[in-house]
Ligand binder design. Sequence first.
Ligand code: F6P
Length: 396
Amino acid sequence: MSGTPRIGILTAGGDCPGLNAVIRGVVKSANTHGYDVVGFLKGYEGLVDPVSYIPLTHKTTTGILSQGGTILGSTNKGRFAATVGVNDRLELDPELIAGVQTTVEHLNIAGLICVGGDGSLAVAQQFHEHGIPVVGVPKTIDNDLSSTAFTFGFFSAVFCATDALDRLHTTAASHERVMVLEVMGRHAGWIALYAGIAGGGDVILIPEIPWTFEDVCQAIIRREQRGRKFTLVVVAEGAELPEGGFVTQDKAESQKQVRLGGIGNFVGKEIEKRLGKETRTVVLGHLQRGGNPTTFDRVLATQYGAHAVRLIVEKKFGHMVTFHPPDMNDVPIIDAIKLSSVCPNCSAVQAARALGVCFGDNYHEPPFRCPDDGETATMNGGAGFCSLPLPLPTSP
Ligand code: F6P
C-alpha cells in the first residue's frame, strides 16, 4: 500500500497518568517527520480480529496533555497477556502474530509504538522477534523496569501516596494512632520508598528489605518514648511477610498474575494486637493510577513520545526508550523487561535511615553523641533518640 507512511501507537497493561501525554508527543513529533498516526484501541486487542483503531491528529489529541487515563483504552488481560508472574514468558499464539503482521502491512505502519510495562513490552519483544517493526515506551506506576531511571506515571503515583500520607499525618497525630498506608508497586518497593520519604513515613516496609513485626513495634515504642504518640507506616503491597509469602486477593480473571493486596490490614491488625495501640489502615489502591500526571511525568512522557518517533525514523526497532537524567536514550527491549528493584543500600534508603526511618530490619545506626547530655548513645532507629530500646510487650 502506498501513501503517507503511518506510525501506530497502542497503550497496553494497567493505565497510568501520562499515557495521553505520550500519545500527544508521538502525534506532534510524527507529523513533523511526515508520518500520519493511528491509535489502536484497547491495548494489543485492537491490532487483530477485529482490527480497531482511530486516526490521531492534532485535532483529536488537542487538550489531552494533562488528562489521566488513555484515550485509546487499555487492558492487562486478554489474548495478548504474555507473562506469568515476574519475568516469566508465555508464547503468543502464532495466529495472533500473523494477524498483527497482516494489520501492520495493510495499514502501511512503518513502526508500532507499544507503551507498556514489563508484561506488555514482553509482547512487543515477541513481535520484534517475528519481524514486526516495534519500539517500546516504558510505562508503569511501579517503576520496576530495568534500564531506565524512571518510568512515567511513577511520580504521579508517588504524589498521590504522599498526599495521602500528609492527610493521614494530621489525623494520626490528633488521635495518637498508628496509621498504615498500603501502596501499590507489585514486587518493587519504589512507590513505598519515595512516598514514605516525601510524606514523612516513620516505618517503610518494602519487598527488598526483609522485616519483622518485632522491629516495627520497637520503632513505634521508641517514638512513644520520645513523645511521638502516633506513627505512620507505609507498606508496599508486595512486601513479603516475615514468615514468607505474600498477601494476595483473588487471582486475576485471566489466572495469569496473582493480585497482590491486603498486607496493610494484616500489618495494622498485628501492630494493634502486639502493642494494644489503636491502629487504622488505608489501602490506596487505584487512586494511585488515576488523575492527572504531575508536571514531571508530563515532561517525561512527552520526551518518551518524541524519542520513540525518532527511533522509528532511524529504524531502530526492538528498542525501548530510556531516561538517564538528563539524557534520553534507548536499549533493546529484551534488556528492559527485567525487574528493577530498590537496592537496599541505595542513597534513598540510606537517607531515610539517617532520618530515623525504620525499615523493620533491626538496622543499627553507628553510635553518635547525644547533643543533650554529651553521652554516647546508639541511634537505634531514630535520629535524636538517645535512650535504650524498651523490651517489647509480649504478644497475647
Ligand atoms: O502494575 C501496576 C499496578 O497498578 C500494580 O501496582 C498493581 O499490583 C496492579 O497494577 C493492579 O492491577 P489491576 O488494575 O489489574 O487491579
